[in-house]
Design a protein around this ligand. Structure first.
Ligand code: FAD
Length: 425
């Protein structure tokens, strides 16, 4: 049984929770972390079933220039690879690959698509679907890429201004050892109790109290980093209840879904695809498709991605459906050869939609609900209760970096609440 007292209690040992705990430690606070799962990392999870690391959740360190995890990964001795330096995407046109001229047209259409979307943002409250150009040869493919594939939600479910505010620029680095591995390294030595789901948080008195089957823990302040999916479902009972505007913010930031599948090679056939070769399909409006990255780092597997409604449908349909979907997509593009070249029986996947401690991949802001990220991250009870996590960050939302920065900031707010101005540490 866990019991005791500390300055700061952190709920969740994902990126935000690890950052909060490290920040609190560096400020000289005593800290305890309670994590529901039997591992740290949350939505960053590196598996090894394919004989090499494969991330089922967070994969890239986006916006590398401003990503706080980049220097930390370097200092920890991880090897970071610039994925943008080897991008080699192929687009299937339905009966053949897009040729060089078509690829140039695709790139020009992409610039026009972004310009049109930025222009539309002058009108407030629009969804990405209302702003995205339609009717052009590549428009549906571009909207499909930006919404379900990148944002894990359909364009009609995404607030346009927030989409623009959270667009990721800069280099995308891949830690060779995996993002889940990175978070494990960064959590090393922290006082984390695993398999300790918090069921109730009481914050009416001077102390904050967390309870669950692990026992009871009291603290001067708490940083809670669970996903907005769990907050909106009221998976943790707060006493008193969370302020109305905070709960409303969690509902305004519902979880999108992105699912990954790893398909190992059956033999020597590499399907004429280079390492890191990207595969996507031109789609018509309303059509859904998966995308693929072949043989990352020259490894013997191919990674597939399904996002938005397609991913939710596969999740609801149950185990194995995403793998079936990946194979039918690849058959469509590469024919029966793909069926022979890849092992269906050894395919691996992780269903974040059914994962009870995530309930989705990352949050997308509902159209017209600007201000929700700020409401979610505002100090509660004078800073004795802070919410943190990817959904709380204004510009790096949906990423490890956003979660990390939000966790560290929440810990600083909590520390300030614990040590009012003028009271020495
Ligand atoms: C498929 C996929 C691909 C992605 N790709 C990228 C990418 O390439 N780059 C990138 O930067 N980001 C990516 N992301 C997003 C990134 O993974 C998340 O933004 C980030 O990991 C969220 O961190 P967090 O700390 O906010 O939440 P989490 O990682 O969810 O951490 C919250 C923790 O709280 C725990 N918890 C929940 N309930 C309780 C409870 N009651 N008691 C105690 N503990 C509890 C959970 O188990 C979890 O460990 C991806 C996500 C997915 C799913």
């Amino acid at each position: 049984m866990v019991s005791g007292d500390c300055d700061l209690l952190v709920v969740g040992a994902g990126a935000a929770g690890i950052a909060a705990a490290r920040e609190a430690w560096s400020l000289g606070l005593s800290v305890r972390v309670l994590e529901a799962r039997g591992r740290v990392g949350g939505r960053a999870l590196t598996g090894h079933a394919l004989g090499a690391p494969m991330d089922f959740g967070a994969t890239w360190l986006h916006a590398a220039q401003s990503n706080p995890l980049v220097p930390l990964a370097e200092a920890a001795g991880l090897s970071l690879f610039d994925h943008d330096s080897v991008r080699d995407s192929r687009v299937w046109m339905g009966d053949r690959w897009a040729g060089p001229r078509e690829m140039r047209e695709y790139e020009a259409a992409e610039r026009a698509w972004h310009a049109a979307v930025r222009l539309a943002a002058r009108r407030p409250g629009l969804s990405l679907a209302e702003a995205a150009p339609r009717g052009g040869f590549w428009d549906a493919t571009l909207t499909h890429w930006e919404a379900p594939v990148i944002s894990a939600a359909e364009a009609g479910e995404i607030d346009l201004a927030d989409y623009l505010a959270t667009l990721l620029n800069g280099t995308n680095l891949l830690p060779r050892e995996g993002c889940g591995h990175l978070l494990g390294v960064l959590a090393h030595g922290l006082p984390v109790t695993l398999e300790a789901p918090v069921e109730r948080i009481s914050w009416s008195g001077r102390r904050v109290r967390a309870e669950g089957r692990f026992g009871t823990l009291e603290a001067g302040a708490a940083v809670v980093t669970v996903s907005t999916g769990l907050l909106a479902a009221e998976a943790i009972r707060f006493d008193p209840a969370l302020p109305e505007q905070v709960l409303a913010a969690a509902h305004d930031l519902p979880m999108g879904l992105l699912s990954k599948v790893g398909l190992p090679a059956a033999g020597e056939d590499r399907l004429d695809l280079p390492p890191f070769g990207g595969l996507e399909r031109r789609v018509e409006e309303g059509e859904r498709a998966m995308t693929f990255v072949a043989w990352p780092f020259g490894r013997n597997h191919l990674e597939g991605f399904a996002g938005g409604a397609l991913a939710w449908e596969a999740s609801r349909a149950g185990e194995g459906v995403l793998v079936d979907l990946a194979f039918s997509e690849l058959r469509r593009i590469l024919g029966a050869r793909a069926m022979r070249a890849l092992r269906r029986d050894a395919a691996v996947t992780w269903d974040w939609g059914r994962d009870p401690w995530a309930r989705g991949a990352y949050a997308a802001l509902r159209p017209g609900r600007g201000g929700a990220r700020e409401a979610l991250s505002a100090p509660i009870g004078g800073g004795r209760l802070m919410l943190a996590g990817e959904a709380c960050h204004a510009s790096l939302a949906g990423t490890l970096a956003g979660a990390w920065l939000s966790g560290a900031q929440a810990a600083r707010h909590a520390a300030a609440a614990l040590r009012p101005r003028g009271v020495p540490a």
